[in-house]
Design a protein around this ligand. Structure first.
Ligand SMILES: Cc1cc2nc3c(=O)[nH]c(=O)nc-3n(C[C@H](O)[C@H](O)[C@H](O)COP(=O)(O)OP(=O)(O)OC[C@H]3O[C@@H](n4cnc5c(N)ncnc54)[C@H](O)[C@@H]3O)c2cc1C
Length: 501
């Protein structure tokens, strides 16, 4: 094989791209990993302001667990040789949610039994439906495991025999299934708190997808690691290079070469040409089909799919370095969900406006005398793009920060502003610049009632419109989030291995 020829080229060193590249390299393939950025990780990164190093995006990791109770991501990191360097810290509560319109506050613990009991104390007579919910979750997780083992080609007979209840609930959204099992409204709403992590309201969000995620959080706990996401990205990238892989940063891809509906290679922005028959793209199909492949080589079906899929949530994030500890601020929890109501459909609609007051915040101590508060809010639709122009960008950024910091202060009855030592504000423009995704989307495509996790896994192979071109990461079939992106990158690599080389 010539120097500029590779078994596989991975475009983008975000979470999905990193696990895809490393998996193939460890399986003995010659892999080239390219990223337009200076460092690996994409959103999985960090930045420094003053004496604070801010985590850019990783607030809670799902599906990780630890050595004694390993989740899928832990198993992948172990296989890829980086699990040993990571220690896990399980966050002691699953979540705290605050409903501002009624002044109600719920704090949910880790562990099936404890969660059940706490829910019963908040919502009497919820225990029976919660018990049914947990048993459904177990079956859903087992069914997903089977889907993975069969690489998305399950035997329908096995599905019917081994996972009959999964087959019943799989086509339906969260709201419908929870209503069917007669869960009281308030219990349903508390349980649906994490909807904003998947960026779709409970009436649209796949029950199977949500159940699998929340059950993992409830039994294994949300995890933070001893290393920030930048260090994890570096560990994956270094392991890739140590295993003989070639990585090139500051090397954006300008064109994907296609001939007779098969990939042939890529051309970088600085005009280097690399040849391959297998490309795994960690960047969105929108960018690939609209910008990187010549129009005449883009199959009609690819365009049809792009026109059908809806871009997911955009993000706003306010990073605050505070000169007080959590204790001094009077706050004891790590994560806070603040919604005006616990009705996700109402809130999803409200979140089409930027100044919606809804937020997810994480807070942890930083050294002995300080803390870092990170406030994230999702925005749907294009209001940000319509409001912002060159002249008013900084003014709007500050207004947004003022709005969300005030919402946090007012609802938790704390004073944050007097403790601010450093502040950084990221908008959809910031995320568009770093991730390279359209409109600053941070959550891939919206999961809708007919286009969610299961259909995407089931139809993934039919979405290979150009031979040798696969996608991984937040815009891939497992949807967005750290664990989804890591797992999806690993899976796409294994599927690539199954193709002809
Ligand atoms: C503020 C924020 C908070 C979040 N919080 C959480 C959380 O707590 N838990 C969680 O699970 N998830 C969270 N997420 C989501 C999570 O970060 C993403 O789902 C995940 O990191 C996406 O990974 P990816 O594989 O899609 O790669 P991305 O991070 O999207 O990376 C894509 C890579 O492609 C590169 N690229 C783009 N164009 C080109 C080109 N032409 N040539 C070469 N390279 C290119 C980019 O430079 C980038 O490195 C958060 C996201 C944000 C923004």
């Amino acid at each position: 094989m010539k120097d500029n020829e590779f078994d596989t080229i991975v475009i983008g060193a975000g979470n999905g791209g990193l696990t895809a590249a490393l998996t193939l390299q460890k399986k003995g393939k010659k892999v080239l990993l390219l990223d337009k950025g200076r460092v690996p990780g994409g959103f999985a990164s960090s930045f420094v302001r003053g004496r604070f190093e801010f985590e850019a995006s990783l607030h809670e990791l799902c599906e990780y667990g630890d050595e004694s109770n390993p989740g899928e991501v832990y198993e992948i990191f172990k296989e890829l040789g980086i699990a040993k360097s990571l220690e896990t810290k399980i966050i002691p509560e699953t979540f705290c949610v605050y409903e501002t319109s009624t002044n109600s506050y719920y704090e949910m613990p880790i562990g099936e039994e404890k969660f059940l009991e706490k829910m019963e104390s908040y919502v009497p007579n919820s225990k029976e439906s919660m018990t049914i919910f947990f048993s459904l979750c177990k079956e859903v997780q087992a069914a997903f495991k089977y889907f993975n083992e069969t690489k998305g080609h399950p035997d329908s007979q096995v599905l019917m025999e081994k996972f009959p209840r999964f087959m019943v609930v799989a086509p339906y959204p969260v709201e419908k299934v929870l209503k069917e099992i007669k869960m009281p409204l308030r219990a349903r709403q508390i349980l649906e708190t994490y909807w904003s992590y998947l960026g779709s309201p409970a009436s649209k969000l796949s029950f199977a997808h949500y159940a699998s995620m929340i059950y993992s959080y409830i039994i294994k706990g949300p995890v933070i690691l001893n290393k920030n996401s930048h260090q994890i990205s570096l560990a994956l990238s270094e392991e890739f290079e140590n295993s003989g892989g070639t990585v090139k940063y500051l090397t954006g891809v300008r064109e994907i070469l296609v001939n007779n509906n098969e990939v042939e290679g890529i051309i970088t922005k600085d005009n280097q040409k690399f040849l391959t028959k297998h490309i795994i793209s960690n960047i969105s199909p929108n960018v690939v089909f609209e910008k990187l492949i010549k129009k005449e080589n883009v199959p009609l079906r690819a365009n049809q799919l792009l026109n059908t899929r809806i871009l997911g949530a955009r993000g706003i994030c306010i990073y605050l370095g505070l000169n007080k500890t959590m204790e001094e601020l009077g706050l004891k929890n790590y994560s806070y969900f603040i919604y005006q109501t616990l009705n996700s459909d109402i809130e999803y609609k409200r979140m089409h406006s930027i100044y919606n007051g809804n937020l997810v915040a994480t807070l942890k101590n930083y050294g002995k005398d300080s803390s870092i508060l990170c406030i994230t809010s999702l925005v749907f639709g294009d209001e940000f793009t319509r409001l912002v122009n060159k002249e008013n960008y900084f003014e709007i950024k500050e207004k947004i920060a003022e709005h969300f910091v005030s919402s946090f202060e007012k609802n938790l009855n704390v004073n944050i502003k007097d403790a601010i030592e450093e502040i950084e504000i990221a908008t959809p423009l910031t995320f568009a610049r770093y991730g390279g995704h359209p409109d600053g989307v941070i959550y891939g495509y919206l999961a809708t009632s007919y286009d969610n996790l299961l259909p995407r896994i089931m139809t993934e192979e039919q979405e290979i419109f150009i031979k040798g071109l696969r996608f991984c990461g937040g815009f891939g079939s497992r949807l967005s989030g750290y664990s989804s992106a890591y797992i999806n990158g690993h899976q796409e690599a294994l599927k690539t291995l199954g193709e002809d080389f």
